[in-house]
Design a binder for this molecule. Structure first.
Ligand SMILES: C[S@@+](CC[C@H](N)C(=O)[O-])C[C@H]1O[C@@H](n2cnc3c(N)ncnc32)[C@H](O)[C@@H]1O
Length: 238
């Protein structure tokens, strides 16, 4: 299925790639990957993404007493830190598939937080019993996965949690997408964060793609945002 969904236009079908981001590769200097994660953390602080995403999570668990939250693909862990600060009784399991990121989070404040557990975990094969968490959240990460594994995350996230909150880059209509790419491309060969940003944009899923993936995974999905704001999807098991 194209990233633009089953009904994607011809132009939209051209605006995608199978090329991996630096973050997905095993053949790049770990310092390059670290620079991308650090840049994500920095931009999240400066532009308020961590706070905005934290509020989305806190809204979803507002009515759950002592909620258990699972963050998948946490990278730097800043979102989990906001959740822990904003909810006095939430327990957060902070995870990523990348061992270096997990080690860095474990060595930081999250590693010694009494309500946080830092673990290595693949979002497609979560090591937890059914319904263990009130909420699983996967922020700015879903586009990393090709359709088959993305559908596996929808199934796994809704198996271990009552709700799976996906927050990701919006996929704009194709002409706008060309403009977005044109502003980024000149810097992509020089700045790893922009390189990964271009690939992320090309791999972002449209609303119709998200609906098709949810159907394939057998879960219900509700979509919000998109276009000029992050694409938000809340998935629940049927
Ligand atoms: C662009 S970063 C997002 C980091 C952070 N969530 C944020 O919002 O800035 C994508 C993260 O997804 C992680 N990731 C990629 N594939 C994954 C998988 N199968 N399971 C768990 N994490 C994965 C990467 O290691 C990386 O840390």
């Amino acid at each position: 299925m194209p990233r633009g969904g089953p009904d994607a236009s011809c132009l939209d079908r051209l605006l995608q790639t199978d090329r991996p981001e630096y973050l997905d590769r095993t053949d790049v200097d770990p310092a390059v990957k670290r620079s991308v994660v650090d840049a994500l953390d920095w931009t999240g602080r400066v532009f308020g993404n961590h706070r905005q995403f934290g509020h989305l999570v806190l809204d979803e668990i507002a009515d759950v007493p002592d909620p258990k939250v699972l963050e998948l693909g946490a990278g730097h862990g800043a979102l989990s830190a906001v959740i822990l600060e904003g909810h006095p009784t939430a327990h957060v399991t902070v995870t990523d598939v990348e061992p270096d990121s997990v080690a860095a989070m474990a060595a930081g404040e999250l590693g010694s937080h009494p309500r946080a557990l830092v673990r290595e975990m693949d979002a497609t094969a979560v090591d937890a019993p059914d319904g263990h968490f009130a909420l699983a959240v996967f922020a700015l990460s879903f586009h990393h996965l090709p359709p088959a594994t993305a559908a596996a995350v929808l199934a796994e996230g809704t198996r271990v949690a009552d709700k799976l909150l996906i927050i990701d880059l919006p996929r704009p209509p194709a002409p706008l997408h060309v403009l977005r790419l044109a502003t980024m491309l000149p810097l992509a060969p020089f700045i790893p964060f922009v390189h990964d940003g271009v690939i992320s944009s090309l791999r972002s899923y449209s609303p119709s793609a998200l609906r098709a993936l949810a159907e394939h995974a057998g879960v219900d999905i509700e979509l919000r945002g998109g276009l000029l704001s992050p694409q938000i999807a809340v998935a629940v098991r049927r």
